[in-house]
Design a protein around this ligand. Structure first.
Ligand code: FAD
Length: 297
């Protein structure tokens, strides 16, 4: 796995070899903040290539995402990448944030559209699609490597129109440096997306996003899958439901499934692994150990 000197661009790391990365979210309480600090402390010895921090829809975690990214980037030997959504934002708000990131030595941005408000109201702002944000980040003098989102099982707003979904994705990837996927559980869905992108002339690296199914509660996993258009295969769901009240058993199933999926994705040529850590270390440590990816020496 490729290990980064701090501040390095993810595009350069991907050229050097497969990457290992972890995703966190900004905590809402003091206790959750201590949990995140503990997770970062316990995961740092795995020497991730980079970590990323999510951004609340509409900018609800704007300052917290920024502060965590800048602090991790400053204090750890690996780069931290902020997620940034453009829905509901003005160009001036995005410029201000990009200026702050550039000044803090951040060289990677995950550029996303974000979801419109759940109540159906108009988000407002200057953006509709992620490509508009990608173009704006590219024009910023901060010299950012730009990642985007990909959905192996199609974006939920694509309404099953596979051809259009892949065309928009290929167009977005042509402007970006790499993508990270929504979580999925079938290697075939990832491979099929990569093949469809290749037919459209796209070879931009797409990192698979791995969600260990027992890392969140079963209800939480189902909610996320429903929102993101990720299918939990029937046999896996049955296993998880049989252990729904036993957190340790759920976690064990999650580690087993995520380790197997990750190994098969690497064998299939995936350019790295992006693990949704959900601010906890235990499942990720076991998956990385199971794959034999813990650095030695
Ligand atoms: P887009 O690429 O803009 O695509 C949205 C839809 O529009 C797709 O159906 C696409 O096919 C279609 N489309 C694209 N361009 C056009 C066009 N020109 N004309 C017509 N249709 C078009 N959300 C958050 O709020 N915070 C986060 O931190 C966050 N992190 C994420 C991390 C990853 C790895 C992933 C995969 C998703 C993340 N999301 C996050 C969710 C993301 O914001 C949502 O999936 C959102 O609904 C779409 O974002 P996008 O960047 O994929 O949008």
């Amino acid at each position: 796995m490729t290990i980064a000197p701090q501040g390095q661009k993810i595009s350069d790391l991907l050229v050097a070899g497969p990457t290992l990365s972890f995703e966190f979210f900004p905590p809402k309480t003091d206790e959750a903040e201590r949990q995140l600090e503990k997770a970062i402390h316990e995961l740092a010895p795995l020497r991730p290539s980079f970590v990323s921090v999510t951004y609340g829809a509409g900018g609800s975690t704007r300052d917290r995402t920024r502060d965590i990214v800048i602090e991790v980037n400053r204090s750890q030997p690996f780069p931290a990448m902020p997620h940034l959504t453009c829905s509901g934002h003005t160009r001036a708000q995005i410029t201000e944030l990009l200026d702050e990131y550039a000044a803090a030595g951040i060289h990677n941005i995950l550029a996303l559209a974000g979801d419109p408000p759940a109540d159906g109201s108009e988000p407002g702002g200057d953006f509709t699609y992620a490509t508009e944000l990608v173009e704006m980040v590219r024009d910023h003098p901060g010299d950012f490597a730009i990642g985007v989102a990909a959905h192996p099982e199609l974006h939920p707003r694509s309404d099953g129109d596979r051809e259009a979904d892949r065309r928009w994705l290929a167009a977005k990837l042509a402007l970006a440096d790499f993508a990270i996927t929504q979580f999925f559980y079938e290697v075939d869905d990832y491979q099929r997306m990569i093949e469809e992108l290749a037919v459209l002339g796209s070879s931009t690296p797409v990192l698979p996003g791995i969600m260990p199914p027992g890392a969140a509660s079963l209800a939480g996993l189902k909610r996320m899958a429903n929102m993101n258009g990720s299918v939990i295969p029937a046999a896996l769901l049955e296993r998880l439901e049989a252990s729904a009240d036993d957190a340790d058993a759920l976690r064990a199933i999650g580690v087993e499934v995520a380790t197997d999926l990750s190994g098969r994705l690497l064998d299939a040529g995936a350019p790295g692994l992006h693990l949704y850590a959900l601010n906890r270390s235990e499942s990720v440590l076991r998956i990385v150990d199971g794959l034999g990816l813990r650095p030695t020496g």
